[in-house]
Ligand binder design. Structure first.
Ligand SMILES: [Zn+2]
Length: 439
């Protein structure tokens, strides 16, 4: 394995407190040196990071990779390709595959696919309940042995409060967080977008904010009594943010993530029945978006996750009520998140914490910092490059995005996993530099 020198960039590493001009050298898959410009030594491959931020590898803790069972939407390989192209060195994938990831055998299958892809690290998340049926606990210990990093029935809420209580207690024995998709199914009913004036105008059934908030309140109440760790997926309402903020003030082990679509779009994006704006939880209203952004700014929101949810065209090219929920997100997440820094007063350290440091901590996986000796997962981010979203150029197998043709700013220039360049936006300079040095 060769060595890599990332030079000329600005290191942003909240974990070690470094922020400034440093070169980073990777060797044997690990961070070998972080030093003043020119002081990190030579390497086989050189990456010119001038004008860029050099950060610990970004981690997306909430994606759907669709394998096994729905390979026509995405595979572990294509998902991992989309991940590195989006700047992510690691992703955690949800259990709603077919078969569901509720046994060690399925976990192992995903781990093996990820190892064969040799791109981003892929960490499976195990189901809480057998078949995501919400009835009895899945084989959490067995899946833990096979490599899961959390448990979740994501896509489906755990309606049975007693089961949720046992999930919190039992997963705590394995040090795993329970990732909760918070939705009171009875209250959400047949709703297919946010309950509000837009749904009324379009004649669509709405999902009220209270369907999310009631479950968040329940799970916080359970957490207070059972212990364990609760991570709330894709917070979408001001009320959810408020509940989490108060629970944290009481010292509870609760964390929460927000998605780029929930802090970028409102229900207005549904426009005239645009199914690419159909997701669960739905896009909400302006005051909700502002509450999520404020919580990102002050660190109440711990993580940014894309909820990358690939679907085939045929599942979106149907009536709004019938369309599948979800959008792809791995390749737009970083640029949409960088807008928080540019336009909403989120500092870059806070962003790197939300996209790398804290997801690593919640999942208990390596990464999230650039200390010497740590794994060589690094993202080189050009915050200034302007580009236009062209879904046809996505590495993901699917194209379902509401951001098609959007003009975005900022992109990963290089993504390094385990000390190897897995993706870069421009060709390496190594060959040219080496030749001139040899002369
Ligand atoms: Zn979900």
């Amino acid at each position: 394995m060769g060595s890599v020198l990332i030079s000329g960039g600005t290191v942003v590493d909240p974990a070690t407190g470094r922020h400034g001009a440093f070169d980073v050298r990777l060797e044997e898959g690990r961070i070998a040196a972080v030093a003043e410009p020119g002081g990190a030594g030579n390497a086989d491959v050189q990456i010119d990071a001038s004008g860029c931020w050099v950060t610990p590898g970004l981690i997306d803790m909430h994606v759907h990779l669709r394998e096994p069972g729905y390979e026509y939407k995405e595979t572990v390989l294509t998902g991992a390709q989309a991940a590195v192209a989006g700047g992510f060195t690691a992703v955690a994938c949800m259990a709603n595959t077919n078969p569901v990831n509720d046994t060690g055998a399925v976990t192992k299958y995903i781990v093996e696919k990820a190892a064969a892809a040799r791109l981003a690290r892929v960490y499976p998340i195990g189901a809480v309940s057998v078949g995501l049926q919400g009835e009895r606990l899945a084989e959490i210990g067995e899946m833990r042995e096979a490599g899961i990093v959390a448990v979740s029935d994501d896509g489906k809420p755990i309606m049975d409060s007693a089961l949720m209580r046992r999930a919190l207690e039992y997963s705590a024995m394995f040090g795993l967080a329970v990732i909760a998709h918070e939705e009171d199914r009875a209250l959400a009913g047949e709703g297919c977008m946010n309950e509000g004036p837009t749904a009324f105008r379009l004649g669509l059934k709405g999902m009220p904010a209270a369907a999310e908030e009631a479950m968040v309140a329940r799970d916080i109440a359970l957490l207070e009594r059972t212990g364990g760790r609760l991570h709330i997926a894709h917070a979408s309402t001001a009320g959810t943010i408020d509940l989490v903020r108060r629970a944290k003030a009481r010292g509870l082990a609760v964390t929460v993530e927000a998605t780029p679509h929930h802090f970028t779009l409102t229900e207005d994006a549904v426009g005239e029945y645009d199914t690419n704006a159909k997701m669960n939880p739905p896009l909400r209203q302006r005051q909700d978006v502002e509450a999520v952004i404020a919580a990102l700014r002050d660190g109440t929101v711990d993580a940014i996750a894309s909820d990358h949810a690939p679907h085939h065209r045929d599942e979106k090219d149907v009536e709004f009520e019938c369309a599948a929920h979800g959008i792809v997100g791995l390749e737009t997440s970083l640029a949409l998140s960088l807008a928080l820094v540019r336009e909403h007063g989120v500092d870059i350290e806070t962003l790197v914490r939300a996209m790398s440091v804290t997801p690593a901590r919640i999942l208990g996986v390596p990464g999230g910092n650039l200390a010497v000796g740590e794994i060589g997962d690094v993202t080189v981010i050009d915050p200034a490059v302007a580009w236009e979203v062209d879904p046809d150029r996505f590495h993901s197998k699917s194209r379902n995005t509401p951001f098609a043709n959007w003009a975005l700013t900022g992109q990963a220039r290089a993504t390094l996993v385990g000390g190897e360049v897995k993706w870069q936006a421009i060709p390496p300079l190594a060959a040219a530099r080496k030749r001139s040095a040899a002369r």
